[in-house]
Design a binder for this molecule. Structure first.
Ligand code: C2O
Ligand code: CU
Length: 486
């Protein structure tokens, strides 16, 4: 710390009041505010979005043209905590795009939301993101532009921020779960159908993990495996369970929690909507029996990975889970917090019928493109819908907030479908669920069930941050709003 940082905040404020101009400079010089010094990248990389081929139906079937970063489906970026990442995005697609680093607390200008935080990156264009990665954990990145189409075609990368303080695991695997909408010849079917968008979403029937139907993974008998499981599907809610071994839920959306034995969760599963992630610790049986990990929600269980014993773990038999260091996140002050309640609903007609251009009018088309949203409105938050083709302007913010202040937000799901709700740029505390099903934890996305009210709290960070359902069709048909934090 420099000498200046030892001056008390009150003294500084007083000095600022006395010397006027000095007040604006003081916080940056002393490090009292969250204003970073000049951004010094410690790692640079290029993320080029483009088309590539993937054999999703099997080696003997035609390949599918998908989208990927750097030609690598589910490209994995792995960096140490504290990295200052400079990522140059190059758009080699035939459509506009942006990159959103999901779950990362960062300066608003790199958040990747068209219109709100940056212009879209046109085909052939580029944009450089400068992202501080101070929170360890399992994250991902994806476009924030025609997401149903682009992420639906596979444009998704995984981001692992490693923490040198973590306990040593005997093996670690990153598992990206995503379904694909394919015809029998490997061609892609339309990513969205009106009946899906207006209800539970349009599902893919070809299920994959890291682009494969199943993974056979190895780990030493008696050893501890860390699984980083990401639901990067556009639509599907999954019930993740482990069979054949002791296992603990050790992190949610990247953030550690006191380990919860998987078999102590209701039904022995963790329910996970699109964009949600979990870290699971699996203790391999000492007798070498295999362990399976699956999604138990669908009528047909999707066993996406088998862990087979290979060799033996060294050292004495371990008992209990290996806890991760607790998260180092701003703790909301619940007593002082301002309360807001937002209701998720179907859009009313009134919200849709604005002045209007017919949806096929070229100007309407251009407006849709510049906002990167769909042309139909089915959903709303607090009776507002993110604009679609017939509406011209951004809606007003759902709330105006003060940077550094604590907020408690109730999210009431008054629809007949579950919605995983995501807030950009923050890690929030999940405080309670009216159905009593959630342990206290930090997250960036929380699943709300029909008829459920979930309460979250956070310390607001400066910027314009979107708040939306991560079932991509829902978000693109209205279920998105934003908070202005100044
Ligand atoms: Cu994965 Cu708007 O986010
Ligand atoms: Cu939704």
């Amino acid at each position: 710390m420099t000498g200046g940082a030892t001056i008390s905040r009150r003294a500084l404020l007083a000095a600022g009041a006395a010397f006027g101009v000095g007040a604006a400079l003081a916080p940056a010089r002393t490090g009292l505010a969250r204003v970073p010094a000049a951004f010094e990248p410690t790692q640079r990389l290029t993320l080029a979005a483009g088309e590539t081929e993937l054999r999703l139906l099997g080696a003997d079937k035609p390949a599918t043209r998908i989208y990927a970063y750097d030609g690598e489906p589910f490209r994995l970026v792995r960096v140490p905590r504290g990295t200052r990442l400079e990522a140059r995005f190059e758009n080699r697609l035939a459509e506009a795009s942006t990159v959103h680093f999901h779950g990362i607390r960062m300066p608003n200008e790199y958040d990747g939301v068209p219109t709100l935080t940056q212009p879209v990156v046109e085909p052939g264009g580029s944009f450089t993101y400068r992202i501080p990665l101070d929170d360890p954990g399992t994250f991902f990145f994806h476009p924030h532009c025609d997401e149903t189409g682009q992420s639906g075609r596979g444009l998704i990368g995984a981001l692992v921020v490693e923490d040198a303080r973590d306990p040593a695991f005997d093996a670690e695997y990153v598992l990206c779960l995503k379904d694909w909408r394919l015809d029998g010849q490997g061609g892609l079917l339309p990513m969205s159908e009106p009946d899906g968008a207006a209800k539970a979403g349009t599902f893919g029937a070809t299920r994959t993990v890291n682009g494969r139907p199943h993974l056979d993974l190895a780990a030493p008998a008696g050893g501890d495996v860390r699984l980083r499981i990401l639901n990067v599907d556009s639509t599907r809610i999954m019930d993740i369970g482990v069979e054949g071994a002791e296992a603990w839920l050790i992190a949610i959306d990247g953030h550690a929690l006191p380990p919860v034995p998987m078999d102590r969760l209701p039904d022995g599963i963790w329910r996970m909507g699109p964009a949600q992630r979990i870290d699971v610790q699996v203790r391999m049986p000492r007798d070498g029996r295999p362990v399976t990990i699956g999604d138990y929600r669908a009528a047909e269980i999707f066993t996406f990975a088998t862990l087979a014993a290979e060799g033996r773990a060294r050292g004495p038999r371990r008992r209990g889970p290996l806890a991760l260091p607790p998260p180092d996140l701003p703790m909301p002050d619940l007593k002082a917090a301002e309360f807001h309640s937002f209701t998720l609903q179907q859009a009313t007609d009134a919200a849709v019928k604005d002045t209007g251009l017919p949806p096929d009018d070229p100007l309407a088309r251009a407006l849709i493109d510049s906002l990167c949203v769909g042309a139909t409105t089915y959903w709303s938050i607090a009776q507002q819908s993110w604009p679609t083709g017939e509406r011209r302007n951004l809606p007003p913010p759902l709330a105006r907030m003060q940077a550094g202040r604590s907020y408690r937000i109730e999210i009431k799901n008054e629809t007949r479908y579950p919605h995983p709700v995501h807030l950009h740029g923050h890690a929030f505390a999940v405080l309670s669920s009216s159905k009593g099903r959630l342990p206290k934890h930090f997250a960036d996305t929380v699943l709300t069930q029909p008829g459920e009210a979930v309460e979250i709290a956070f310390v607001a960070a400066p910027g314009d941050w979107v708040f939306h359902c991560h079932i991509l069709e829902h978000m693109e048909t209205g279920m998105m709003g934003w908070f202005r934090v100044v």
